[in-house]
Design a protein around this ligand. Structure first.
Ligand code: ADP
Length: 628
């Protein structure tokens, strides 16, 4: 898409540089120029010139004597000779004129004019000319630029995406079918508003795209503009908030002025929560005046135009609950389009869309990659494909393979392999047992996802190894049994260390945190404990940003919850310990294998697990055949 970006205040930079140049010139260069004009001579020469009556003007200062030759064409300077009492008489006799303005030959007013006013005017003229050139090259009208005072402060930095056939289309946004269906009506309106006007229907002025970061909200907004073939103005909420109160409001005014001129068009405000947060009750003290003024201006602008002017405002946020209710009331952002994390099919489609942009092998199993990347957002999936291409280049290949894709999932999820992290043999063995502990506990229970890969190669994220489990399909509901099995699997790492080494290491801290979180949520959010039943004990905010939970119960209940969490995790820990003790031989076998190979696949893992136990060589056959 052709994007014309208004350069961010290049003129302001120009003026700052011009001022600095002026200062340097006046403070350093001009005095240097003056001194370079004065020739320094010794006292003897001065006396000789006095005697020869060659002195025109003379100025005696406290530490030096400045004088000119008889026709005033050259200025000289010499030091003071303390004991030369007859100097003044000799000078008078030689016909020299005593003066106080030899150095400051020009009047102070003229010198001020020359060294400050004229250059400033000159720079302003150049700036004015540069601005005109800039405006011309951008094809804009300059009256708007000059209307808002020096340097265009208060003008919006709205970027205009000029109509262009290679703009983003709905087909570029994979998955998100519901969101696209929702927005198609807007496209249809923008294409043919008369159809709607005839019947008297007016479009919603604002549409709020709500969802976690990286799910394609910006892309969807651009796609609406692309499909309808209308200009696209885009600005981020944080760009409105300026240092000076009132600037943001003036930017909003300006943005809408531009938009109305270019209607029909799309105005997209990303991260609207930056300005649209709930206003504080007692504005003034402690409130953010600038933000509130900006928000008020936005509300005023939205009220100010009719629903059928052809300006549609799309805004994106991942914190819908923090928005001011005035923004979401009818007549403003009254339509809300959820843009959720993609499901399995969506992930597969997004991977395919992005894979088209790189060269890949023919046999890529997108479904498998999508399954491995459960929970990834569109942006992360795009990143995975790009990482795969980068890896292929690093390894000197011309196209990305399945292995590149799988490795890049790990890069995006767990960070790069840490090449120089050298684990001691003992540590490596502990990590092997730890990871196999997870895998074995997972494999030995129902309700768990199959093991896809186990590795003990350290990652830059700090993980010393990890076990990847991959679900077969989509998962919308999770049962109590699955959650319990998850906790047991999480405690499996520590349990394996206890079973084999009879000690504990710090490697389980992340597992412990996750297990505790699941156990707590089971009790406080999902009503899965017998004592509390179906009572919501905590509320969750920022659901799209990981969810900050806050407890809503008495201190006694909190104590009870804590006890239950401990009991729940311990119960599953004991289960994991039992599984590992019962399968100690397999644990040893797979851990040793992992220790040797460092990375094993789910298939290798299952193969060893299902292998019949080897019969020791010296064991006696059960039914010895009688010797012939
Ligand atoms: P958001 O605005 O929701 O934070 P963006 O629209 O900026 O997310 O998405 C960031 C990038 O992620 C896009 O440029 C695109 O490459 C990729 N992406 C996200 N969602 C999708 C999707 N549904 N289909 C294709 N690419 C996507």
């Amino acid at each position: 898409m052709d994007e014309i970006k208004e350069p961010k205040r290049p003129l302001l930079t120009f003026y700052i540089i011009a001022l600095i140049v002026l200062f340097v010139l006046n403070l350093v260069a001009v005095p240097m120029y003056h001194t370079s004009q004065i020739q320094e001579v010794d006292y003897g020469t001065f006396m000789q010139m006095t005697e020869d009556k060659e002195i025109g003007n003379v100025q005696i200062e406290s530490n030096k004597i400045v004088f000119t030759n008889s026709d005033d064409s050259q200025m000289y300077e010499t030091g003071i000779m303390e004991q030369d009492y007859g100097l003044v008489d000799r000078l008078a006799a030689s016909g020299a004129k005593f003066s106080t303005e030899i150095v400051e030959q020009t009047s102070p007013f003229v010198s001020f004019l020359v060294s400050w006013v004229v250059p400033i005017l000159l720079f302003m003229l150049i700036g004015y000319w540069m601005r005109r050139q800039l405006m011309k090259s951008m094809g804009g009208d300059n009256s708007m630029m000059f209307g808002t005072g020096a340097g265009g402060l208060g003008r919006s930095n709205a970027r205009v995406y000029v109509k262009s056939s290679d703009g983003i289309r709905f087909s570029d946004v994979a998955g998100e079918e519901e969101a696209k269906d929702n927005l198609k009506e807007i496209v249809s309106y923008l294409k043919d508003p008369s159809k709607y006007k005839e019947i008297g229907a007016s479009m919603p002025k604002g549409v709020l795209l709500v969802g976690p970061p990286g799910t394609g909200k910006t892309m969807l907004a651009k796609a609406v503009a692309g499909e309808a073939d209308v200009p696209f103005f885009s600005m981020s909420g944080s760009e409105f908030v300026e240092m000076f109160v009132g600037m943001g409001a003036s930017k909003v005014r300006d943005l809408f002025k531009q938009a109305k001129e270019k209607a029909p068009c799309i105005v997209f405000i990303d991260e609207i929560d930056a300005i649209g947060q709930k206003r504080s009750a007692g504005s003034g003290y402690g409130g953010n005046d600038e933000r509130e003024q900006t928000l008020n201006q936005l509300l005023t602008e939205m009220d100010g135009f009719e629903g059928n002017t052809g300006v549609i405002i799309l805004a994106a946020t991942n914190r819908p609950e923090s928005l001011d209710p005035a923004l979401t009331r009818p007549g403003r952002f009254d339509r809300r389009v959820p843009v959720e994390l993609p499901d399995l099919k969506g992930r597969e489609d997004i991977l395919k869309v992005h894979a088209k942009k790189i060269r890949i092998a023919d046999n890529i199993d997108f479904n498998k990659i999508a399954r491995m990347a459960a929970g990834a957002s569109g942006a992360e999936l795009a990143n995975i494909v790009n990482e795969a291409a980068l890896r292929a280049v690093r390894q000197g290949r011309k196209f990305a393979t399945q292995e590149d894709m799988e490795e890049s999932i790990e890069v995006v999820i767990a960070g790069y392999q840490k090449k120089n992290a050298i684990l001691s043999d003992k540590e490596k063995l502990v990590v092997s047992y730890h990871e196999v502990g997870h895998a074995l506990v997972a494999a030995m229970q129902d309700h768990t996802a199959p093991v896809q890969k186990i590795t003990i190669i350290p990652r830059t994220s700090g993980a010393l190894g990890y076990t990847m489990q991959v679900d077969k399909g989509n998962h919308y509901l999770v049962s109590r049994e699955e959650l319990l099995a998850d906790i047991a699997t999480l405690t499996g790492g520590r349990a394996a260390e206890e079973v084999e080494f009879n000690s504990m290491s710090t490697g389980a801290s992340n597992d412990i945190e996750k297990a505790t979180k699941v156990a707590r949520e089971m009790i406080t959010r999902y009503g899965m404990s017998e004592d509390f039943g179906m009572v919501a004990l905590e509320t969750v905010q920022n659901q799209y940003l990981g969810g900050d939970a806050s407890l809503a119960c008495s201190p006694e209940t909190q104590t009870k919850i804590d006890r239950q969490v401990v009991a729940l995790v311990e119960q599953q820990h004991q289960k994991a310990l039992k599984i590992l003790r019962d399968n100690k031989q397999k644990l040893d076998e797979i851990a040793k294998f992992l220790y040797e190979k460092e990375t094993i696949t789910g298939d290798e893992f299952m193969e060893i697990l299902n292998r019949k136990p080897e019969i020791p060589e010296n064991a006696q056959p059960q039914n010895p055949q009688p010797n012939a």
